[in-house]
Structures are given as C-alpha cells and as structure tokens.
Write a protein that binds this ligand. Structure first.
Ligand code: COA
Length: 194
C-alpha cells in the first residue's frame, strides 16, 4: 500500500527506549556522501543524547555503514538479499538516510532512507530494525529523523510503501493512505496486456 504524508511539522510525542540487546562484530565500511542537516531543534521521542546514553550511535551518512551487515538485517526481516554493489549504487543515489549503530558490536541495527527530487517529493525505502532490537523505539527514531531531514530541506510530499502489518507503525508518524482519494499505483509487468 502506498502511504503519503504531507507534512508541515511532524508532532513527535514523548516515549522512552525500553531495553538494549546484543550482537556480533564484522567491520567493513563504505564512504559515500549523503547530506542531511542535524535536527537539534526538533523534539524526538528519543533524543540523540538518549540514544547515545543507551549505546546507540546515530549516523546521517553512509560512512562506516557495513553493507553486508545491512544486507543481513534485510534478510532477517524478510526482504530479499541484494547484491552489495547494487546497494552501494542505491545509497549513492539516496538523498537522505539515517542509521543507528550499536556501539557494543559496531553493527548497524536500524536503517531508513529516502530518494527523491531534492525539492518537492521523496519516497522512503528500506525501513528496517534488526529483529533483536525491535520494539525499543529505534524504528521510530530513524523515521522521525528522516522525516525531519526532509522537512528541513523543504520537501513536504513524502510517500512510502507499507506492508499491511506495519500500517500502525507509520500512521502515528503522520502517514495516511489515500489522502484526498489519491491512490498509489505500481507498474506490474505481469499484468501488462499485450
Ligand atoms: C516496522 C519496524 C521498522 C518498526 O521498528 P521498531 O523499532 O520495532 O518500532 P518502534 O519500537 O520504534 O515502535 C514505535 C511505535 O510503533 C509501534 N509499532 C511498531 N511496529 C508496529 C507494527 N507492526 N504495527 C503497529 N504498531 C507498531 C510500537 O508499538 C511503538 O508504539 P509507541 O510509540 O506507541 O510505543 C520493524 O519492526 C521492522 O524492521 N520490521 C520488519 C521490516 C519492515 O516490515 N519494514 C517496513 C516495511 S514497509
């Protein structure tokens, strides 16, 4: 389902980080630029300092992001495993991204990114949290910051595709289905008539 948010300023509510699990280390980094303004003025459900105090490091560029480890999270949540070279290209063409690293293991545990035209429109992709770290506010933390980065850049037409089981995750973040009757459509080759 296509979800869209037309955002003036996202009303992030107060919440707390609830626990902190573990994982293992496999360092491999990639250096590609991705611009995003730090959002110190915005009130997030978990502040940057709050994340840090719980051992989570916030990143707004791909520097230090291990793509194999990111791929492992994709697979763990049921996304198809992707060619790391294609992930690298996708991230090079990504306008804004947020990821969270667990300090203890140095591994990524949460990720979200947005592509778009840089002015009017953006689509959010690959919102994932390592299953061992789900349910403690990290998904909300990356989404709040990604949306804030887009809004800070004046991009207010923000859309995403949501699986039915996560509609309830996106709604409180400001996303609605079919706003003003507008329906998302996806090109489907198998349904194309000759
Ligand atoms: C969906 C996902 C990103 C959520 O991340 P998370 O870190 O587990 O979620 P959070 O702990 O930040 O939850 C934030 C809020 O959303 C709620 N929430 C989380 N997942 C939810 C779901 N599937 N349905 C409804 N509400 C949900 C939480 O209860 C919490 O509510 P609160 O703020 O009132 O306490 C994560 O579960 C995930 O990676 N899932 C697999 C991949 C996936 O489906 N991605 C989305 C593709 S469309």
């Amino acid at each position: 389902m296509l979800f869209r948010a037309t955002i003036s300023r996202t009303p992030f509510s107060a919440a707390t980080l609830r626990l902190g699990p573990t994982a293992a280390l496999h360092p491999r980094s990639l250096a590609v630029s991705a611009s995003a303004a730090p959002a110190a003025a915005t009130s997030f459900s978990i502040s940057d300092a709050g994340l840090e105090s719980r051992g989570f490091i916030l990143h707004r560029t791909v520097c230090g992001l291990n793509l194999d480890q990111l791929n492992t999270i994709f697979v763990a949540v049921g996304f198809p495993k992707r060619d790391p070279d294609k992930i690298r290209i996708a991230l090079e063409n990504t306008d804004s991204l947020i990821w969270i690293q667990y300090e203890k293991t140095q591994k990524p545990v949460a990720f979200a990114r947005a592509t778009g035209d840089g002015v009017f429109n953006a689509i959010i992709w690959d919102v994932v949290v390592d299953p061992s770290f789900q349910g403690i506010g990290l998904g909300k933390a990356v989404m709040e910051r990604l949306i804030d980065d887009l809004v800070e850049r004046g991009i207010t037409n923000v859309a995403l595709y949501s699986e039915p089981r996560v509609l309830g995750f996106y709604r409180p973040l400001g996303f609605v289905a079919d706003p003003d009757g507008i329906r998302g459509m996806v090109y489907s080759r198998k349904q194309k008539k000759k």
